[in-house]
Design a protein around this ligand. Structure first.
Ligand code: SAH
Length: 214
């Protein structure tokens, strides 16, 4: 792999992630390994590792590295896990999940982004990431149940079908709130009960589709 960016990725981990409390080793390793620059548009290349979200076209963004790491850490992924991501966007978050989990399903609703993410992920040789062009507010039934579900777009409330697709002991991380401001919610399913904790305030692009914003 082209490692011109390795040093800059190390700086991203040491200056953006560790000081903010990201400490799971598998998450830090994945953030060090995955070439984020392979997922950003060419004219954004020099900003690929910036401490900020970046535009990826179609009015969408690739999340800030810290937010990607935080959401991944909150899922507490193990190597045997099956994971669903709603909102593939650039494919970067899916690649991080693919480094950690056994199998990842990721769903994107915009055809152009789906196509680009597919090319980026194939180009890097990921075999355990399955990308689908579909409405992810319905989840992805064929791969369920999931040990982890990560929603990368903000919802007015949690789509009930995502709870249905969560395995016992599984975790769901999702930004919930208004279009401009949300709380990052973490849900855990234990013996048919759902427990919620609230993490930090965030600002994500809106979830579209049947159970998103109209
Ligand atoms: N995880 C992405 C960033 C996601 S931005 C990354 O690493 O780059 C949010 C994405 O969610 C956008 O690409 C948007 O098109 C997509 N999205 C919004 N509503 C959706 C829906 N109902 N189903 C699938 N994808 C959706």
């Amino acid at each position: 792999m082209d490692d011109r960016f390795l040093l800059i990725r190390q700086l991203m981990v040491d200056e953006q992630l560790r000081p903010r409390g990201i400490k799971q080793l598998n998450v830090l390793e994945a953030m060090l390994e995955v070439p984020r620059h392979a997922f950003v548009p060419k004219d954004e290349l020099e900003w690929a590792y910036k401490d900020a979200p970046l535009p990826i076209g179609c009015g969408q963004t690739i999340s800030q590295p810290y937010i990607v790491a935080l959401m991944t850490e909150l899922l507490q992924i193990e190597s045997c896990d099956r994971v669903l991501e709603v909102g593939t966007g650039s494919g970067y978050q899916a690649a991080i999940l693919g480094q950690l989990a056994d199998k990842v399903h990721t769903v994107e609703i915009i055809p152009e982004l789906y196509q680009r993410a597919k090319e980026a992920l194939n180009g890097l040789g990921y075999k355990n990431i399955h990308i689908h062009l579909s409405d992810g507010s319905l989840g992805w039934v064929d791969g369920a149940p999931y040990d982890g579900i990560l929603v990368a777009a903000c919802a007015p409330s949690v789509p009930a079908c995502l709870f249905d697709q969560l395995a016992d002991g599984g975790k769901l991380v999702i930004p919930v709130g208004s279009k401009g401001y949300q709380q990052l919610e973490v849900w855990e399913r234990q013996n048919e009960q759902l427990f919620r904790t609230i993490n930090i305030a965030v600002s994500f692009v809106p979830l579209r589709g049947k159970f998103g914003w109209r």
